[in-house]
Design a protein around this ligand. Sequence first.
Ligand code: HEC
Ligand code: HEC
Length: 349
Amino acid sequence: MKIVKIQVMCCLFIVILIASVPSLSFAGGLIDMAYGRDIKSDRSKEPIQPVPFSYDNNRAKTDLGKMLFFEPRLSKSGWITCNSCHNLSTGGADNLPTSIGHKWMLGPINSPTVLNAKFNLAQFWDGRAKDLKEQAKGPIANPMEMASNHQLAAEVLQSIPEYAQRFKNVYGEEKITIDNVADAIAAFEETLVTPNSRFDVWLRGYDKITKEEEDGYILFKEKGCIGCHNGFGVGGNAFRKFGIAKPYDKDTQTLGRYNVTKNEKDKYVFKVPLLRNIELTAPYFHNASTWSLNEAVNVMAEYQLGTKLTDDETNKIVAFLKTLTGDQPEIIFPILPPSGEHTPQPNRN
Ligand code: HEC
Ligand code: HEC
């Protein structure tokens, strides 16, 4: 009887607490709380929304996912990790025209960032993976990337006693499956968000950007960039043709979305990239055709909008884009467990 009463009291207390702090009940509320008051700003109606904080509600799983993200034994050579090409020290990408994979093979396309990737409507430039979990299985078995295979990757992990134990703790099963490997990696990637950029703080009602940067944002809207680059990620929520106003003639080999749909009108259609942290992730475009953010903006104006920007306009838009750099995830480098006696050895061939 007494216990029931205490439970009822507890429930009541929690209900009252939630009701009295409305900003606790939606994602992002904690940011406002951190500033001491709940901001009601007209800027909340802008077509770009602040990156919500991520809530790490299954620590055992995200810790496991982090280990796997940094785990070279998932590659055939025992040397390449997800972090090799999505370096969390450099904006979640590798700053190379195309990535270097197994046996120094050069991939066909620029590596996008993993930061905020959860805001993408699908993964990869052509959207061929529906979500992060499906995506994570790809590189492990891609002969030009980690060059392992799903069976071998699971076998390697199974042979390492600490992994066997950790997978059992998280998934309740002795047997490690590639599905669970991908699930844990995806859970870790869900935490890789970059809230609190100066632009987001401005969106929440604080004057954190300069006049020049604000002018850049106004141009970004007026010129039409916002039509494709909007939402939490300032991109990531649509597939659009590269070369709408003027055919893009610098790469006619990479067919984009067409590879998935085989629909003629999807030729040269790509997922609109996220522009969050864009200053960290040069070179730009799927074919890495430029290292200059100014030039990337000019290319967009010309090929997507059929217009030419003045130098002053380009500089202002670039100044705005640089306000989109948020707090980078703070990663404590994971210490990986030693191999077991029967762990398959790395193979560099
Ligand atoms: C050898 C370099 C390399 C390795 C290793 C690698 N990736 Fe990638 N990753 C890429 C490239 C290149 C692409 C773009 C491929 C495409 O779109 O066709 C990509 C795409 C992605 C994307 C999609 C992002 C977006 O905006 O569409 C995610 C997420 C991702 N990788 C996560 C991972 C994870 C997790 C691992 C480890 C299991 C990993 N990658 C290993 C190079 C690599
Ligand atoms: C019609 C849709 C559309 C419009 C309008 C548009 N973009 Fe893009 N943007 C894209 C697509 C699609 C890509 C990917 C192109 C590629 O590499 O295949 C892209 C790529 C970019 C990139 C490179 C991102 C990266 O990670 O490599 C930048 C920067 C960019 N856009 C900025 C802008 C700016 C600034 C404007 C306005 C002047 C603009 N965009 C207008 C669709 C659009």
